[in-house]
Design a protein around this ligand. Structure first.
Ligand SMILES: Cc1cc2nc3c(=O)[nH]c(=O)nc-3n(C[C@H](O)[C@H](O)[C@H](O)COP(=O)(O)OP(=O)(O)OC[C@H]3O[C@@H](n4cnc5c(N)ncnc54)[C@H](O)[C@@H]3O)c2cc1C
Length: 357
């Protein structure tokens, strides 16, 4: 029997994962993207994939989903966190905290690898072709509007050795953070903001000065980067078609702005639902929604505390022999989180005043 093709809008991370997983089930797929290529606009910068919200390691998950690891990927077993007083805390774990991956449309990036696998599966990707919500089966179009997070950064080349550094300080990135990744001579320094977007450049300058003071590094071929992530309001999907995946569904870690794992996982789950008849919404409720909800809870708490609390938290984490479990625990349902959700449902305004400004 000839099945009609499943039509996907968006050849980014979630759309390509959906397509690859459908192809593995011999399901016909067509995929459309508004941009000239997958990963267009990211130009090979290093992003971080968190590895603490699931029992399974990120790479093990990829193997289970039969996603090829043909992209540049660096495990991070230790990194430095600076608090507002400038004190450096080192976090170390035998299991990688993070995986650094390259984003963009060039060889070596995550998007390029997913695109290659999609094309090798015999799927046609139509670039420069925007689709509307009503015309497709899967809506994988990413964060469409100005979102909760603004990332402003610098991409550069340097002679400095590899480094992964994080700065949590209200005067450098209010209610968020700044980071410096250097991998094999390629650096990215970014400030992630959840407020005061108008002052983004001055926070970036301040963070640059901070990182250069603690560990001087040269910079060549510097480019400015920026982008929004995370929907401002996360609303559970109500309609059944098209299936929303990735950031188009609001799947995102609202504490740190991580969205890559959610995009891949939701793409895989959507394909299982289409090809094997499983319930996508139930799978999302079981596997993704609790993590997103807990990240919203963590974000609400984070918005209410200041530098002293961050210092305490960083110190606690860095001294603990169980830092990995502590980090993961921030995402598992706690009594406090359950209380928060009950309060939010009953009295939505009670917790609203400390949110996004
Ligand atoms: C600057 C920045 C830094 C980030 N850093 C990190 C990080 O370090 N770690 C992390 O985990 N996450 C990070 N994120 C978030 C992460 O990039 C996203 O969560 C992830 O890319 C979401 O995948 P997606 O498939 O939902 O959307 P995308 O990967 O954005 O793909 C959406 C695709 O849909 C296409 N499209 C849009 N509209 C249409 C339409 N109407 N029709 C057809 N195609 C359409 C777009 O061209 C795009 O190719 C960052 C985001 C930004 C902006």
């Amino acid at each position: 029997m000839n099945r009609p093709s499943t039509v996907i809008a968006g050849a980014g991370l979630s759309g390509l994962t959906t397509a690859i997983s459908l192809a593995q089930a011999d399901w016909p797929v067509e995929i459309f993207d508004a941009a000239p290529d997958s990963g267009w606009g990211r130009k090979g910068t290093w992003d971080a994939i968190e590895n603490w919200t699931t029992e399974a390691d990120f790479l093990t998950q990829l193997d289970r989903w039969k996603i090829f690891r043909s992209f540049d990927c660096r495990p991070v077993h230790n990194f430095e966190v600076y608090d507002s007083s400038g004190e450096c805390h080192t976090l170390t774990s035998p299991r990688p905290f993070l995986y650094l991956v390259k984003r963009g449309c060039q060889p070596g990036t995550l998007e390029y690898a997913l695109k290659e696998q999609t094309l090798k599966s015999g799927i046609t990707i139509h670039y420069n072709q925007r689709r509307s919500h009503g015309d497709v089966d899967v809506w994988a179009v990413g964060a469409q509007h100005r979102g909760q997070f603004l990332g402003v950064g610098l991409r550069f080349q340097t002679h400095h050795p590899d480094a992964v550094k994080l700065l949590i300080s209200t005067s450098h990135a209010p209610k968020a953070y700044a980071y410096l990744f250097i991998v094999e001579g390629q650096g990215v320094l970014s400030v992630i903001l959840t407020r005061n977007f108008a002052n983004a450049r001055s926070y970036l300058q301040r963070s640059l000065a901070f990182f250069r003071q603690v560990s001087p590094f040269d910079m060549e071929n510097v480019c400015l980067t920026s982008g929004f992530g995370g929907r401002k309001t996360d609303s559970p999907q109500r309609e059944t078609t098209p299936l929303r995946v990735g950031e188009a569904a609001g799947f995102q870690d609202y504490l740190w702005g991580f969205g890559i794992r959610y995009a891949l996982r939701s793409g895989y789950l959507a394909a299982q639902a289409i090809a094997h008849g499983s319930d996508y919404h139930q799978a999302v409720r079981a596997q993704i929604r609790p993590l997103v909800d807990n990240s919203l809870f963590n974000r609400a708490v984070y918005n209410r505390v200041g530098d002293r609390a961050y210092r305490f938290l960083i110190g606690w984490f860095s001294r603990s022999p169980h830092v990995f479990e502590l980090l993961g625990g921030r995402y598992r349902a706690s009594v406090l989180a359950q209380l928060f959700w009950r309060l939010r449902t009953a009295q939505p305004d009670v917790l609203a005043h400390g949110g996004h400004k």
